[in-house]
Design a protein around this ligand. Structure first.
Ligand SMILES: [Zn+2]
Length: 449
């Protein structure tokens, strides 16, 4: 009897420690930006190319308008959401979190623990003395050399992957497009299937190209993000596909490489098992039929990163799915925005007709949703110069944070509710299919060995 009792305590202990340390789902809250766009960007920018020994891009410092700084507000919302999710770590906290869930749907008897992380520290001026030689060090997306030792340090994407989360929530403010409707939109990136269109396009003859373009213009991806005004929508897709495949922009014709605009082999600028060594890049650079060919026509998708891109899990993350396109990433982002609308309603700020509308997604070859092995929701929560959004950024950060925390729970476990148009579905992601994938749990294979 005594022995058995002992054994039971031991078994319960194992179960609990296993349950909270190993089995708890992990979410990384990723507030955008944090540093400054300093000159010269070759010394202070982002996208450090080890081969060339230079940064290839400016540091993206984000939006700011009349005292509202994107990097500060998004950090504040993420931090507040983490405080709410951290409630799930204690039993008193769980009771509080359960009450919050109950405002939105049928709360569970027992709230499971969720581990929440922030992808970065507050902002460059918080620890200014410690980081003044290189104020962007803690905020870069890609890996970068320590300014004194030259040793490569993990950027935000590598740090997210090292945590091996199931879910990543990236938070941004926008200042592009008209402020009239404000901004509440997902930011999504397609999978290999869609990028294939660009490969087919360069190999096609004139009449086939016309058909490919017409088909693209009818597809869900037709509102491709235009980042350079000299490129129309389809050429913008082609330029981004060139960057995705071969690291160079295309010229505005969407067919030829622009050798003056190299943006790096982004999958090699992070620490994970899918990167190629510099020696591999060197030996295959410019080779016809290889992955470091310098034209899209000569490109061939071989090697670990391209096997990942063509794989089943990336298709689930980025193609098809409950929203019709954009996969689980799109669904996760939309759920958070639908919960944001609901959050403003259940907290008495809005009615369903005044709650912010959800706009069309921003579609491009965005870095975070491409280079993490987690379901990645990427959001533009508000528009800096829209009066309505500006006020919300000042007064209602706690409401956005509550929406992020509740939707995290809902995406991981589901939250039953009566679903109405433009309000949350409450359906959990199918995480089991990633966990049970051939070759082992997809979420747990991103750490550099
Ligand atoms: Zn931003």
């Amino acid at each position: 009897m005594h022995k058995l009792h002992h054994f039971m305590i031991f078994a319960v202990f194992i179960f609990l420690s296993y349950g909270s340390k190993v089995d708890a789902y992990r979410v990384v809250l990723d507030p955008g930006h944090g540093g400054r766009d300093l000159v010269p960007y070759t010394l202070y920018g982002d996208k450090f190319d080890r081969r060339l020994g230079t940064y290839l891009d400016h540091f993206r410092e984000g939006a700011r308008y009349k005292g509202v700084w994107e990097f500060e507000v998004m950090y504040d919302i993420a931090q507040k959401a983490k405080v709410l999710l951290d409630l799930t770590q204690t039993s008193e906290g769980k009771a509080k979190f359960r009450k919050i869930l109950a405002k939105y749907g049928k709360a569970p008897q027992e709230v499971p623990a969720i581990e929440a992380f922030l992808s970065r520290p507050p902002g460059y001026f918080e620890n200014y003395d410690a980081i003044k030689d290189d104020p962007n060090a803690p905020f870069r997306l890609y890996d970068y050399p320590d300014m004194k030792t030259g040793e490569i340090q993990p950027g935000t994407i590598s740090r997210i992957n090292a945590l091996e989360p199931e879910l990543v929530i990236t938070l941004h403010l926008t200042h592009t497009e008209s402020p009239k409707n404000g901004a509440m939109a997902t930011v999504i990136t397609p999978g290999y299937k869609t990028y294939r269109i660009a490969q087919n396009y360069v190999h096609a003859n004139a009449s086939e190209r016309k058909k490919i373009r017409a088909r693209f213009d009818r597809s869900a991806w037709r509102r491709w993000f235009v980042s350079d005004g000299r490129y129309k929508t389809f050429p913008s897709f082609m330029a981004d596909a060139f960057i995705y495949y071969i690291g160079f922009w295309s010229l505005p014709d969407g067919l030829r490489t622009d050798y003056k605009r190299f943006r790096g082999y982004r999958h090699n600028l992070v620490s994970w098992p899918y990167a190629d060594s510099d020696a591999t890049v060197e030996s295959l650079y410019g080779e016809e039929g290889e992955r470091y060919a310098t034209t899209l026509a000569a490109f061939s998708p071989k090697g670990p990163f391209w096997e990942r891109e063509k794989g089943q899990a990336e298709d689930w993350r980025r193609e098809g799915g409950p929203e019709g396109f954009g996969g689980d990433n799109h669904f996760a982002g939309m759920e958070i925005l639908r919960y944001t609308r609901k959050a403003f309603v259940v907290n008495g700020v809005d009615t369903p007709s005044t709650a912010p509308k959800i706009l069309h997604p921003y579609i491009s070859t965005w870095a975070v949703p491409t280079y993490v092995n987690a379901v990645a929701a990427f959001l533009e929560l508000a528009h800096t110069t829209s009066k309505r959004d500006y006020l919300r950024m000042a007064k209602y950060r706690h409401i956005y944070a509550e929406a992020v925390a509740v939707s995290t729970y809902s995406l991981l476990y589901g939250l039953d509710q009566r679903s109405a148009k433009n309000f949350p579905k409450g359906k959990a992601l199918n995480l089991a299919r990633y966990e049970n994938l051939d070759g082992g749990n997809y979420f747990k294979r991103v750490h550099k060995n």
